[in-house]
Design a protein around this ligand. Sequence first.
Ligand code: ZN
Length: 184
Amino acid sequence: MDLPDPARLRIVLYPDPVLKRKCAPVEEFGPHLKAVTDRMLELMRKFRGVGLAAPQVGLPYRFFVCNPTGEPGDDFVCVNPRFTELSGSAEAEEGCLSLPGVNVNRRRPARAVMEALDTAGQPFTRTSEDLPARIWQHEAGHLDGRLIVDNMSTTDEIANRRALKQLKEQYDARHPGRSGSARR
Ligand code: ZN
């Protein structure tokens, strides 16, 4: 696992190909991983998000940070998360820090039981029937390269067409010749 200097981490925007990768499990734990997740929490707060997954800062590994309330005590880090139960169903609008200006209605299981590790490699289990359950599923989706714009309804496709087009154009302008949006 190759983790950069946390100070260099930036939020990666759609359609960067790193967002489509299936991420690898974390196998090394400790202070450096903690420093990276601290920086991710800082970026999440700065851009007023409730969650941020490792591929969203360009790291193709299975971990994410979240905070459903914005209270500092509710910062939450999940490494190698796995759902042992997903049940019920609820629909709500979701946004994503990698897709500024895009909002999509998503139906997801309402209740989630998640097993994960902390940055020291200690296992824990958490249950939620609320907003955290939705955030966990959104962030865990990132670890498998899934984004809220995958399988959008026609209504959402129309509503977000302009914002997505803009993101693609901005990406192409930043990466001349790479044309990630065209090939992916
Ligand atoms: Zn997201």
